[in-house]
Design a protein around this ligand. Structure first.
Ligand SMILES: [Fe+2]
Length: 476
């Protein structure tokens, strides 16, 4: 008999709390009309803790579940599956939690070494479709492969034995060559001060790995790839084994260590070619896009003043900070380049996205989620949930917003209307969870007319717990 979840942890309650089932739902109820040319699958990944956790539960440690909306001919099917990681299988056998992936001291004694040798992780952060494989990532481990239709777990994927590090949850795919570039931080061991950059060709073959020693050991969540550069943002969420051994936080916000951007020439660049560019203090989880022209790199991101969710080394607060769309400029022609940045949008926003056909290129259209102050957060000391989807026009600075009211959208993913469609001409897809019905629906917008409201709402009879990231696989 499974034990009840602790009632006090907000990450185990709606809208974050787990659902306890897997299902296949066919021909979902549609309000409005699904665009006839929309064909493919939208995947969403997130934590969905299966059994009562051991020790303190953090959202980042929940068992990964993937949800998929398969769209074809105006109809939508849905399925969801837990990822059968090694942790999941051990616990399934004993029908209870054995492992705390964030704290080896809180694992069942028989599993005390599990987290040090585990290759699967929790598979709870993001998905990518590349090289004819659907991968689900969690940045501390290699990716895990799922069947794109059934979501059946196929196993940990190490690129035919060539990947010997973890994989970020934010790989970048070059729209022209199909090359996927990704990285792992702390690549050579726990708390190592380095990053490994990997390149995978369009066929899914890992072709190159480049080790980059970093100024200090840091957690690096996302990065930037332009036509000619790879930028690794080392921002001061530091990792320290010594600090952890002394009872302090293993990861902490150390502002005085400063921001260091590692700039690697994308074509032919090796370890010794990395240039480190400093920038005033700030913190970024996610990038909207980046591009370069004549040696000047432009980067757009959701920038905080300091890292939210992370303590200072003495366990204090890193301070309240809200992200805004911010543009960085790095002039690599300078002998000693220093990056500058400027806020370009008035709204608080996160989960930035672009039209993937313009990834790494000069671009006009971006999308994000944002609060409008109408949906109070269920988290203590937190303000408002991000209940609004926004479009930012980099050419005019105009913002187009749609509030979901008493409902919270996921990160919104852009899908072109057809091959050869203009930039931004297409649909924006988000999974929206209602606080009134406690169910989720897929909303499909005209990506350049958000304020008009969704073209279609596709309803589930259950909720998709608030998760992190997703991706699109184009159908045929
Ligand atoms: Fe992320």
């Amino acid at each position: 008999m499974a034990a009840p979840m602790p009632a006090t942890n907000p990450f185990l309650k709606f809208p974050y709390g787990p659902i306890q089932m897997e299902c296949d739902a066919h021909d979902l109820v549609v309000e409005g009309e699904i665009p006839a040319d929309l064909c493919g699958s939208l995947y969403r990944a997130g934590p969905n803790q299966r059994f009562k956790p051991r020790g303190d539960y953090h959202l980042f440690m929940g068992d990964g579940m993937v949800h998929a909306f398969h769209i074809k001919g105006g109809k939508v099917d849905y399925n969801n599956r837990w990822v059968r990681t090694a942790k999941w299988k051990h616990e399934d056998r004993e029908a209870r939690t054995l492992i705390n992936p964030m704290n080896p001291f809180e694992c069942d004694p028989d599993y005390s070494d599990f987290v040090f040798t585990d290759k699967d992780g929790t598979a709870n952060t993001a998905t990518v479709w590349h090289g004819e494989r659907l991968l689900v990532m969690e940045e501390g481990h290699p990716p895990y492969e799922l069947d794109p239709e059934t979501l059946e777990s196929l196993g940990s994927w190490n690129f035919r034995g060539k990947l010997n590090t973890a994989m970020t949850a934010h790989p970048k795919i070059d729209p022209e060559t199909g090359e996927m570039v990704f990285f792992a931080y702390m690549a050579t061991g726990p708390f190592a001060a380095d990053v490994m950059v990997h390149k995978v060709n369009a066929e899914g073959i890992l072709t190159e790995s480049i080790l980059i020693p970093t100024p200090y050991s840091a957690m690096v969540h996302d990065f930037v790839v332009t036509e000619n550069y790879i930028i690794i943002p080392v921002m001061p969420i530091t990792g320290s084994l010594e600090r952890a051994m002394e009872g302090g936080p293993p990861f902490a916000w150390e502002a005085e260590k400063g921001v260091h951007l590692g700039v690697l020439p994308r074509h032919g660049g090796k370890t010794e070619d990395v240039r480190w560019v400093e920038m005033d203090l700030g913190f970024t989880f996610h990038f909207m896009n980046g591009f370069d022209k004549d040696g000047v790199i432009t980067v757009d991101c959701s920038q905080f003043e300091s890292a939210p969710l992370f303590p200072t080394p003495d366990g204090g607060s890193s301070g309240k900070s809200e992200p805004h769309l911010t543009r960085w400029t790095l002039d690599m022609n300078a002998q000693h380049p220093r990056a500058t940045f400027a806020r370009i949008d008035e709204y608080v926003s996160e989960f930035p996205q672009c039209d993937p056909r313009y990834a790494g290129r000069a671009y006009r259209h971006g999308w994000y989620t944002s609060p409008d102050g109408e949906l109070k957060s269920t988290l203590e000391d937190s303000g408002y949930f991000y209940n609004t989807i926004g479009h930012f026009d980099h050419q005019t600075g105009a913002v187009d917003r749609y509030s979901c009211g008493q409902a919270m959208p996921s990160e919104a993913i852009f899908v072109p209307a057809y091959e050869g469609a203009a930039e931004g001409e297409g649909y924006l897809l988000a999974v929206v969870t209602s606080f009134e019905t406690r169910t989720s629906s897929l909303y499909i917008f005209n990506a350049l007319k958000l304020a008009d409201g969704p073209l279609a709402k596709v309803h589930l009879s259950h909720s998709v717990p608030a998760g992190f990231h997703g991706s699109w696989r184009q159908g045929d």
